[in-house]
Design a protein around this ligand. Structure first.
Ligand code: 3PG
Length: 209
């Protein structure tokens, strides 16, 4: 993961997208990347997710296009084959961590409890997704983890929104965060690209202040 950590530091809000149609996927990606949200996580939750990822990765080589909801080891090679530059899971297994290392895929596995965080540390993972952030104690839990796990950096996701994402970003142990709030599926389906653009612009201005 270390190879692409700099991308997350530079653009620390990662839109989490669930896409199923190539043309609207390209349009959404263009809006987000143009606004400066250059790290995108596309979930493997639709029949055409891999095709959408492939189209975006080809069209926007300057972006960092990752896949989320990785739950089986073979998905890691599948996403590599379509041009993904990182992989994200809501949880983890030793099999997933080992496979990602083997095929050289930067991998962000998920944890929420102290035991899970420790288990990931045992596997050498010091950059972890904190999931489901909103239901697992939010930024206050991460604040508490900072004293205990001083060598772990987190990417919280799940239940984060416009009202609280800056609270997370203020924490030293938060490198970046992910969320779907700026790109609701309904807005993608209805082609509300101006709304998505405004949400992205608001995020960018909040990050800069
Ligand atoms: C997810 O897995 O869907 C992400 O963590 C995003 O969660 P959110 O939709 O609550 O932002």
């Amino acid at each position: 993961m270390h190879k692409i950590i700099q991308h997350f530091v530079q653009s620390p809000v990662i839109p989490v997208l669930t896409l199923n149609e190539i043309n609207s996927s390209l349009k959404v990606a263009e809006v987000l990347i143009t606004e400066g949200l250059t790290n995108l996580e596309i979930t493997l939750r639709t029949p055409n997710a891999l095709k959408c990822i492939e189209a975006i990765a080809k069209e926007f080589p300057q972006a960092n296009v990752g896949a989320g909801t990785i739950v089986r080891k073979e998905q890691l090679q599948q996403i590599k084959d379509v041009g993904c530059t990182f992989a994200v899971s809501p949880g983890f297994t030793k099999t997933l961590v080992t496979e990602a290392k083997k095929i050289d895929m930067p991998y962000l596995p998920g944890a929420s409890t102290p035991s899970e965080i420790i288990e990931l540390l045992e596997l050498g993972v010091t950059f972890q997704k904190f999931f489901h952030a909103g239901n697992s104690g939010g930024y206050k839990m991460l604040q508490a983890y900072a004293n205990i796990f001083s060598d772990v950096k987190f990417c919280p996701t799940g239940g984060i929104g416009a009202m609280d994402f800056t609270d997370y970003l203020k924490l030293d142990n938060v490198l970046c965060l992910g969320g779907s709030w700026m790109v609701p599926n309904k807005d993608v389906e209805n082609g509300n690209y101006d709304k998505i653009k405004s949400a992205a612009a608001m995020i960018m201005s909040a990050i800069k202040t």
